[in-house]
Write a protein that binds this ligand. Structure first.
Ligand SMILES: [Zn+2]
Length: 530
């Protein structure tokens, strides 16, 4: 049963419910939609979990949409054992140490079966865009059912930095099972061909880093350690000094070094301060390729970084894609950089980004290796799930494909899969220092943001009346005296001996009407009596 990650990209979380225990796969967050303003993120609603039945969570890989909700889950179920690979463990530990959360963990290795009460689970190494990503083969003890669950992967048969995905092992493990089912990534299903291998980027990256510009700025997803390694290698070969700007790049590189995925030592790199006095060519790596508000890339592009300002002759390279929804933020950055005189290069100019998710040709390779009886597209927005279903049905008509949704259970019965619907629970919104904020409060924030506010304070003892406003046109100031007169008349007349709540309501109604008359909308109004 998925609690998140279906009909959306993010907050991946799935439950394996057996007769004896529940096992969680991943607990990620979702970046907020614009309408929830500047909250931090959303996480799946955890109230449907049964802590008494839940002892384990398996983490497939270290992306935030798979681990970002873990601190909230561990507060609810502190006794959970987190099954994790070494690199992902480093990432989680760094995140949770900031929040002073301790957790029990168990390191797992790909291909090594883990035995649980109802099922055995074998992690399968897959290719993605972060080291140590795994799919899961989940088999019942009597092999009546075998499932392949991979929420993020691509088939990179040319991969050199890690082993290509082991399609043969998937087939070997599922073949003995009586019935089989796949739960598969839909994020890149709109792409018809094969997702490029990370290796195919080398040619164009080399060409760019060899260019004569003295300063090259490059942004990419900080978790793509393999690409970072390659880029730093190219910079070294071309006598470019490397500088890192941005916390997330540092965090991922530290975790990668501690688990043996990179030789890059942050201590050996030049600091931004040192870089000012350098007379050689530089490569500045920046985090924040999605244009996040507080990121190094955005600060730099807006001329707000204390060490580097964009200028004529600079080259700014986006070795990344635009995640749907971030277009506006990123185009603003392209424009700012251009206004400063810098040249901008993106993945539409050169082959400098490869997705970590399967195109249609990748999916074909997987199904040619093993053809399951049943199939569920997961991890993608509704449109992608539907397109994924159509593609599998058209090419593999013998496979039964179901689109399902969060809070639906796929019940593996003897021969068939039954779908059981549970009431959908809305995701939880998290803001500030990790606190939940309710939807009703967000709708109040929306009113404050779009209609402004009026505050009225009335002292019954001395008839003192004060009015102030927030977020309204300045013109309003000149109309406040008239409003004050109107309200005073009411207070000294009809309202004099009425109950407090009645007085408050009447003042509120009159004030909102007064403003509506010349603004065309009613500001949020708060009345205080004392
Ligand atoms: Zn991922």
């Amino acid at each position: 049963m998925p609690l998140g990650g279906v009909d959306e990209i993010g907050s991946n979380m799935t439950l394996i419910k057996g007769p004896q225990e529940d096992i969680i796969i991943d607990c990620g967050f979702l970046f907020p939609y614009e309408e929830s303003f500047d909250i931090n993120y959303l996480i799946p609603n955890l109230s449907s979990l049964d802590p008494a039945r839940t002892k384990s969570i398996i983490i497939t890989h270290g992306h935030e949409d798979h681990i970002g909700g873990l601190s909230h889950l561990l507060e609810l179920i502190p006794h959970l054992t987190v099954y994790v690979t070494p690199f992902t463990h480093q990432l989680i530990e760094k995140k949770l140490a900031e929040k002073k959360i301790r957790f029990q963990y168990q390191i797992y290795r790909p291909d090594q079966e883990i035995a649980f009460a109802d099922v055995n689970i074998t992690p399968i190494q897959v290719n993605h865009s972060i080291p140590e990503t795994n799919g899961l083969i989940i088999r019942t003890k009597n092999l009546s059912w075998g499932a392949l669950y991979i929420s993020d992967f691509k088939v990179d048969l040319k991969s050199q930095h890690e082993a290509p995905m082991n399609l043969k092992l998937i087939s070997d493990l599922l073949r003995p099972c009586h019935k089989t089912v796949f739960f598969i990534d839909s994020t890149n299903v709109i792409s018809d061909g094969k997702t490029p291998s990370e290796n195919e980027l080398q040619h164009d990256l080399a060409e760019i880093i060899q260019r004569p510009e003295k300063r090259i700025f490059l942004t990419l997803f900080a978790s793509n350690i393999h690409r970072l390694n390659k880029i730093v290698e190219l910079a070294n070969a071309n006598d470019r000094k490397v500088i890192i700007l941005g916390r997330s790049l540092r965090t991922y590189l530290e975790a990668a070094r501690e688990s043996g995925h990179t030789e890059i030592n942050l201590e050996d790199l030049y600091t931004p301060e040192q870089a000012k006095n350098l007379n050689s060519k530089v490569l500045v790596l920046l985090s924040g390729c999605q244009g996040d508000f507080h990121s190094a890339l955005r600060r730099f592009s807006f001329g707000e970084d204390p060490h580097f300002k964009p200028t004529y002759g600079d080259l700014v390279v986006f070795s990344s894609k635009v995640i749907p929804g971030n277009e506006k933020k990123i185009y603003r950055i392209y424009n700012k950089l251009t206004q400063f005189g810098a040249d901008v290069i993106t993945a539409s100019d050169y082959l400098i980004h490869a997705s970590g998710h399967p195109g249609k040709a990748d999916l074909k390779l997987l199904l040619e290796a093993f053809r399951p009886h049943f199939y569920f597209p997961i991890h993608g927005e509704s449109y992608m799930l539907k397109k994924h279903q159509e593609f599998i049905l058209a090419n593999f008509p013998e496979v039964k494909v179901n689109v399902f949704h969060n809070y639906q259970e796929a019940i593996l019965s003897d021969e068939e899969i039954l779908i059981n619907h549970h009431p959908v629970m809305e995701p939880i919104l998290i803001h500030g220092l990790g606190l939940e904020i309710e939807r009703s409060q967000i709708s109040q924030r929306r009113k404050l943001a779009t209609q402004g506010a009026v505050f009225i304070s009335y002292n019954r003892k001395n008839n003192g009346l004060e009015i102030s406003t927030l977020g309204l046109p300045i013109l309003v100031e000149s109309r406040l005296e008239q409003l004050k007169k109107n309200l005073s008349q009411m207070l000294l007349g009809d309202l004099q001996h009425r109950a407090e709540s009645y007085i408050k309501d009447q003042l509120k109604i009159s004030t909102r009407q007064y403003f509506n008359h010349f603004l065309g909308y009613k500001p949020v109004t708060e009345v205080h009596l004392n």
